[in-house]
Design a protein around this ligand. Structure first.
Ligand code: KG4
Ligand code: ZN
Length: 342
């Protein structure tokens, strides 16, 4: 039954290579979640080409939004606010979503709420876990970000640590390319590693001396490249599945260690994960095991809500909207937006 106080948000996400729109009711109920992925297009180039991404967003965005309205059986007149990712991300890609959201907000006289992309990833957890409420620690691992965050309240974040160089997903993508798996690398390494020996090769697990919660993955990536070069020079066969499994283990071990350190130090009995890499099966398994040992409840979204989507932006926008946050029609794309900034 429709509650009079129901808040329906139209959410738009275009920060990278997915053009996405969703209608979300009261922050946690997804009425539609439409994603038009450009992966096939960027595969040809081995990674996301920013200019192509922006052009494709322009071509797709109206159709994606119309489908989101239709699937949610919600006309624009029933929308209470528009949430849109305004950073971080590729500037040209972000601009398409921001311009579209502003145009609709202006034309229909609906409030506009700019959303931080990482806040969206974290909020994806609210959609399928009705019992999850702040405070909790969250490991955000995506193609562009690796953050360990304390979610102190809705919209209130404290960053405990982040990567000093490559993001976890970026490392997956680069290593996948080096071993001939192609783009996007994360899901492919995940699949191939299932047939490999994770202890076949010992890759380094970087720790940052003065910042125990920070991450560094560029040394690991170099170690994999050196290993591959060494094999080539010695004429030794590279066992793709073993490299994939050993590399994946090195990443997963560090992610689990850091997350468990936070849980212990801050005394939490729950932990959340978010972002594309949170759908990695080895990470889920290892984190489940570590959490099980400490009686910590682990939350993560379904794979479709881990990678970029607009439903997560709708969840984040709802809590921002309820706290009174509104963006003006001068809202701009901020490619380097920091978490916690508005
Ligand atoms: O969250 P996301 O869609 O985009 C960003 O905000 O960056 O994350 C995409 C990243 C890519 O690097 C992709 O390779 C990685 O998530 N990824 C995975 C898996 N699925 C996606 N990494 C490891 N294992 C997976 N199953
Ligand atoms: Zn993302």
């Amino acid at each position: 039954m429709e509650n009079k106080k129901d808040i329906r948000i139209l959410a738009i996400e275009s920060s990278c290579d997915e053009t996405a729109a969703a209608v979300v009711r009261n922050g946690r109920e997804v009425l539609s979640n439409v994603i038009s992925s450009q992966i096939e297009l960027h595969k040809l180039y081995g990674g996301v080409v920013p200019e192509i991404a922006s052009r494709k967003h322009i071509e797709k965005i109206n159709q994606v939004i119309e489908t989101a309205f239709a699937e949610a059986d919600t006309p624009l007149q029933q929308i209470d606010a528009i949430g849109v990712t305004y950073g971080p991300g590729l500037v040209g890609a972000l601009l398409v979503g921001v311009a579209e959201a502003k145009a609709i907000a202006y034309a229909a006289n609906i409030p506009l709420v700019g959303v931080h992309h990482i806040e969206g990833h974290i909020s994806a957890n609210y959609i399928e876990h009705s019992d999850l409420e702040p405070p909790f620690p969250c490991l955000v691992v995506s193609g562009g970000h690796t953050h360990l965050v304390l979610v102190e309240d809705y919209g209130k974040y404290r960053i405990l640590g982040k990567t000093r160089d490559d993001a976890a997903g970026e490392a997956f993508d680069k290593v996948a390319r080096a071993i001939g798996l192609g783009y996007p690398g994360g899901p492919k390494i995940d699949r191939v590693a299932k047939n490999g020996n994770a202890d076949a090769i010992v890759f380094p697990k970087a720790h940052v001396a003065d910042a125990p919660y920070d991450f560094s993955f560029s040394g690991l990536k170099s170690a994999v490249l050196n290993y591959l070069n060494g094999c080539r020079m010695k004429g030794e066969e590279v066992v793709q599945a073993d490299v994939a499994a050993s590399f994946q283990k090195a990443v997963v071990d560090v992610l689990v260690e850091h997350a468990m350190m936070a849980v212990k130090e801050y005394g939490f009995d729950r932990l959340a994960m978010a972002g594309g890499v949170a759908s990695n099966s080895a990470l889920r398994q290892a984190m489940e095991t570590a959490c099980g040992r400490r009686k910590v409840k682990l939350y993560y979204p379904s794979p479709i809500l881990c990678t970029d989507n607009a439903a997560m932006i709708g969840a984040a926008a709802y809590y921002e909207f309820c706290s009174g946050a509104r963006s003006g029609l001068d809202l701009n794309a901020v490619p380097g937006l920091k978490l916690g900034e508005r």
